[in-house]
Design a protein around this ligand. Structure first.
Ligand SMILES: [Fe+2]
Length: 251
């Protein structure tokens, strides 16, 4: 399995807070069957644009890889960021101050929870126009999607990669988020599921329960596509596997 969205690098964001946390998270991920992660730290957060962001990140990534090697933890850690789609993010991405997923054209993007749908459409168009392939982080958590999940159908049809969270599927963010995640899965408009883990205690990288729930509720092929095949393709810069989505019928 591959975890495309995890806050495992310490000292940069609200994810792992120490090397011990990071190592514990790596062990947990590996034990639950994950062999590769993209260490996606929060970046470009409002009020904190830091031109050194990518350089600091890469230094930390290098150190983490060395620690994992010394500790003999079988986990490959690839570069990536969860980029807040605020002002100037495209310019900063083009300058190399922000990082795409494993140096591909795929970019993991997040919005504030109360973002209007129109703003997501605008940014997705703009990002696609600039030659990038947006990976939309946890749309099921955005209020506009909870109200009108059909927006995600439109984004999926635009070729946007839709990434939902483990915690959403398992009900850790409440019933509304869980129902929305279920709706997206039943309409076959989800490309990837990831842990979005922040610590070894709550919001963890353990994937065992998610794997089982996906298989039981949506089938083995969905589990395989969302947790292994599509994240692998994304990290290689390849096209993802897509299904025929089920349109929303509001009549
Ligand atoms: Fe995240």
């Amino acid at each position: 399995m591959i975890d495309l969205h995890i806050h495992i690098l310490p000292g940069i964001d609200d994810g792992a807070q120490s090397w011990d946390d990071a190592v514990e998270m790596a062990e947990m991920a590996a034990e639950s069957g994950v062999d590769t992660v993209a260490a996606t730290v929060h970046s470009n957060l409002p009020g904190k644009p830091d031109p050194r962001e990518a350089a600091l990140y890469l230094k930390q990534l290098k150190e983490f890889r060395q620690i994992l090697e010394e500790e003999k933890i079988p986990l490959t850690v690839l570069p990536g960021m969860e980029i807040f789609a605020g002002e100037e993010f495209l310019k900063r991405l083009q300058k190399g101050q922000l990082l795409s997923l494993n140096q591909t054209r795929y970019v993991l993007m997040e919005f504030p929870m109360d973002v209007p749908a129109a703003e997501i459409y605008r940014v997705l168009f703009e990002t696609t126009e600039a030659g990038y392939l947006p990976v939309l982080a946890h749309p099921e958590r955005y209020f506009c999607v909870q109200k009108v999940p059909a927006h995600v159908y439109e984004w999926y049809q635009m070729g946007i990669v839709i990434q939902i969270n483990k915690g959403s599927i398992l009900g850790r963010f409440g019933k509304k988020v869980q129902r929305t995640a279920d709706s997206l899965l039943r309409h076959k408009i989800v490309t990837v599921a990831a842990s979005d883990a922040h610590s070894p205690y709550i919001r963890t990288p353990d994937m065992v329960e998610l794997k089982e729930v996906l298989r039981e509720n949506y089938g083995e092929s969905v589990r395989q596509r969302l947790l292994t095949e599509n994240p692998r393709r994304i990290l290689r810069g390849e096209k993802t596997l897509r299904t025929n989505p089920v349109p929303y019928d509001y009549s």
